[in-house]
Design a protein around this ligand. Structure first.
Ligand code: GRG
Length: 294
């Protein structure tokens, strides 16, 4: 199976598994569950769950990485729903569909995002009940990544920096936490579930790979924001530019943003090569992610 076929197979598997783990759209209160399903099933590349599966594949174990992959997507989708709210980015379009608060209303969108957070941890608790120590480790990684010093902290700093010219250190803080943290956590979760997931030196290499990949992803996202249309992206294009957001493109310009994207991708690939194992798919995924933006 080539890279594209495998990517599609994993996306399909993730989509089917998500469908099974989300509350039914008729379960009371139906409006809330419909809103959760609207955003979770609106499309999306499923990059983070795929990173969980790809990191598990390096040194596979018989333990199923799918529950962790679904949990990551729940946290990611909640963050998108809340990021799109009028109080934050005020976006109308996400994953090619009206944003959750446009399709429903603001209060429902807030609650749909809220409900996806505990769902993530419920999926882990149920999925790894036979491996309680592993379950604790996964919960610890995901909860700290989603918390006030990482995902939420990065978002807070991003909002505080709107309309200002932040230092490069502040910009790096925002991207390392708002974007790279969840990408890094995805690789770490998959790796922990794999057979070599308790080796501290390799975990450190994986953390470095995840950070570099996350920073590359952000630089690519900044490039796409100015080089692609809303239709191509499925979300409001040039939105970051217009909102006075701090992006690499408006900070250092297009050419340097491209160089940053390829530099971080190369670094990530070097770490992945050093880790070894069955890394063919993960390495192809890295170059595929870079090609999207350049
Ligand atoms: C509200 C706590 C909180 C955090 C929001 C996700 C996020 C943090 C902000 C979204 C804005 C943004 C451009 C973030 C950086 C890149 C990013 C996370 C893009 C969206 O991820 P994709 O491209 O989206 O993987 P899909 O829809 O494919 O899952």
């Amino acid at each position: 199976m080539n890279f594209t076929q495998k990517l599609k197979q994993w996306q399909d598997l993730i989509n089917q598994s998500l469908d099974q783990c989300l509350p039914d759209s008729e379960t009371r209160p139906a409006r809330l569950h419909q809103a959760m399903r609207h955003s979770m099933q609106a499309g999306g590349k499923r990059l983070r769950p795929i990173l969980v599966l790809a990191a598990h594949e390096l040194f596979p174990s018989p333990i199923d990485p799918i529950p962790a992959a679904l949990a990551v997507e729940c946290i990611h989708t909640y963050s998108l729903i809340h990021d799109d709210l009028p109080a934050m980015d005020d976006s109308d379009l996400r994953r090619g569909q009206p944003t959750c608060h446009k399709a429903f209303d603001e209060a429902t969108a807030i609650l749909a995002g809220d409900a996806l957070q505990p769902l993530a941890f419920e999926i882990i608790a149920r999925g790894y009940s036979g491996e309680p120590l592993l379950a604790l480790e996964l919960v610890s990684i995901l909860s700290s990544t989603a918390g006030s010093e990482r995902l939420v902290g990065g978002q807070m700093q991003d909002l505080l920096s709107e309309g200002t010219k932040p230092s490069e250190e502040t910009l790096s803080y925002i991207h390392a936490n708002k974007t790279a943290a969840m990408i890094q956590a995805s690789l770490l979760l998959g790796f922990k579930i794999g057979s070599k997931g308790s080796d501290p030196a390799t975990i450190e290499l994986m953390a470095q790979a995840g950070e570099s990949l996350g920073l590359a992803f952000q630089a690519v996202d900044d490039l796409l924001d100015v080089t692609r249309s809303s239709e191509e992206l499925g979300k409001d294009a040039s939105h970051d530019q217009a909102a006075g957001k701090v992006t690499w493109v408006n900070h250092v310009g297009l050419d340097k943003a491209r160089m940053l994207a390829s530099g971080h991708t190369e670094r990530a690939a070097r770490f992945v090569e050093e880790i070894g194992g069955e890394n063919t798919f993960l390495l192809e995924l890295l170059s595929h992610m870079l090609k999207r933006g350049t």
